[in-house]
Design a protein around this ligand. Structure first.
Ligand code: NOJ
Length: 524
């Protein structure tokens, strides 16, 4: 299905900024808001339509900002509300939309609501959180390791935390919580943000009867302990959609705002979050490219399954990486990461690009002494720690990659190859990953077939995945070789518009073309 009047969030590219690691301007080794403002020129040059900024709110940083102590201010580490306003107007002046993180599932244990809640059982905010007399009342486990219940010795009850014990979950059955959190949304929309990315959405409501989660028969020791149970009673409860409808009602009160939801769910459940009658999310984040096996037939099957599952009017979206998952270049290899880039930018649906993936950054090994992520400490040795994909942006060949001054100490180490793999070097290289991303983004913008056209699978075998995008008579074919051997494939023919190798183009192609190892092509 082609789209006549697409919204900005449909044809645009979203770029995720992990603010701690984007650009430091005050030499404390942590990125900040003035740093993002300073780099808007780069983002504009790259062709980004919107930035989503991970949390920048006051926080003790137990989970690096996902433990919010005040939803309506900026942590001094990142700057001030005035810095935020300056960033927003500078971004808007370049036609870049601004999306902030919205963390409704839990607060920090240092949030005034929780400080009051845990002061006495009679406190005004006691019922804003989830308490139990039993310790623990059931087998629920935290995403970040151990029981999800923390005993509070002062008041002799346990509170629930889906993540760290420093992140107590809010009680969304309490209307006062709903009102307070909807006010937070209004605060940021009033301030001019164009959208929110809703954190941990599937966790928002928990089973009223606190029933035990069933064991997951597929889980094996050595895998993520959180996956040992099926989170039947702690995630994706029917009431979550009622709260999504509340979010939507607020956002519909403002022009052209977008709601993006973080939802680790199977496709058939994910698409429920588009809601009914426009009462759902604009973009329930689709992480299935992160989860899928990197094999042509599997990817084709996934795309088709998703296309078929989408409800009428539901706009697709695709994500290759984020601050919680290993880098795409490490998952599939640097050569295939170019193919992945072409896939992300040519599939039907809004692409989200994680900072640094446009340079082909890989996971950076973090020595024990430098580990920051509490997940690595709580659940050691399983590769679940997220520091490797959160290392600073590599802007140039200087000591600290231009992320901070050469005298400062970055909060996480840069990759060893940063003197070679950086924005300055890749900008000048006509065959770099960065050039590839920029060209793909530009082509997508120039061709409605790619940005808003229909999707049809052409071919999928063990190695090659090919599809056609079409809009108003414009037709584009994409063929991707997901293997490291040359492969012959048949395409309807046309002009070669782009190869991931960036060394051949603008020639007409025959019906049968040879894809070189790790090559993807766009033919139009
Ligand atoms: C998902 C976020 O992306 C992740 O970074 C965070 O730790 C958890 N939610 C808890 O907020």
């Amino acid at each position: 299905m082609a789209v006549d009047q697409p919204g900005w969030w449909q044809c645009g590219l979203v770029y995720q900024i992990y603010p701690r690691s984007f650009q430091d301007t005050n030499d404390d080794g942590v990125g900040d808001l003035p740093g993002i403002t300073q780099r808007l020129g780069y983002l504009h040059w790259l062709g980004v339509d919107a930035i989503w900024i991970s949390p920048i709110f006051p926080s003790p940083m137990a989970d690096f900002g996902y433990d919010v102590a005040d939803y309506c201010d900026i942590d001094p580490l990142f700057g001030t509300l005035e810095d935020f306003d300056r960033l927003t107007s500078a971004a808007h002046a370049r036609d870049i939309k601004v999306i902030v993180d919205y963390v409704p599932n839990h607060t920090s244990d240092q949030h005034p609501w929780f400080i009051d809640a845990r002061s006495t059982r009679q406190s005004e905010h006691r019922d804003w959180y989830l308490w139990s007399d039993a310790n623990p009342p059931n087998n629920w486990i935290s995403v970040f390791g151990g029981s999800a219940w923390q005993w509070d010795t002062a008041t002799n009850q346990a509170y629930y935390h889906a993540y760290l014990r420093e992140q107590p979950d809010l009680n969304w059955r309490n209307p006062a919580v709903q009102q307070a959190m909807l006010d937070v949304l209004r605060f940021w929309f009033d301030r001019g943000v164009d959208g929110v990315r809703i954190d941990a959405l599937r966790q928002l409501v928990k089973d009223r009867d606190l029933r035990d989660n069933p064991p997951n028969p597929a889980w094996q020791p050595g895998q993520d302990p959180y996956a040992s149970l099926t989170p039947l009673y702690t995630t994706d409860q029917p009431e979550v959609l009622e709260h999504v409808a509340q979010f939507r009602e607020v956002s519909d009160g403002y022009p052209e705002r977008v709601l993006i939801g973080e939802l680790w769910l199977p496709i058939e459940r994910l698409v429920a979050y588009y809601g009914v009658d426009g009462r759902g999310l604009h973009l329930p984040f689709n992480f299935h490219l992160i989860l899928a096996q990197w094999q042509a037939r599997q990817i084709a099957r996934l795309v088709e399954q998703y296309e078929v599952a989408l409800p009428a009017g539901g706009w697709p979206n695709w994500v290759l990486g984020n601050h919680d998952r290993p880098r795409i270049a490490s998952r599939v290899g640097v050569a295939q990461a170019r193919v992945a880039a072409m896939l992300l930018l040519t599939l039907r649906g809004t692409p989200t690009l994680y900072q640094g993936d446009e340079l082909g950054l890989e996971n950076v090994p973090i020595p024990d002494a430098l580990i920051q992520d509490p997940v690595e400490r709580n659940v050691p040795g399983l590769g679940l720690g997220r520091d490797p994909e959160r290392t600073p942006m590599q802007w140039d060949a200087t000591n600290n990659g231009g992320f901070c001054s050469t005298e400062a100490q970055p909060w996480l180490p840069l990759a060893a190859d940063h003197a070679l793999r950086n924005v300055a070097t890749q900008r000048e290289d006509p065959r770099s990953m960065l050039t590839l991303y920029r060209r793909l983004i530009a082509l997508r913008r120039a061709m409605p077939a790619l940005s808003v056209g229909s999707y049809r699978t052409l071919h999928a075998d063990e190695h090659v995945f090919a599809f056609t995008r079409e809009s108003g008579g414009q037709r584009v074919h994409v063929a991707l070789n997901l293997s490291d051997q040359p492969r012959m494939t048949r395409l309807p023919g046309g002009e070669l518009l782009l190869s991931t190798h960036l060394d051949r183009e603008r020639g007409s192609t025959a019906e049968t073309i040879e894809l070189r190892a790790d090559e993807g092509v766009i033919v139009g």
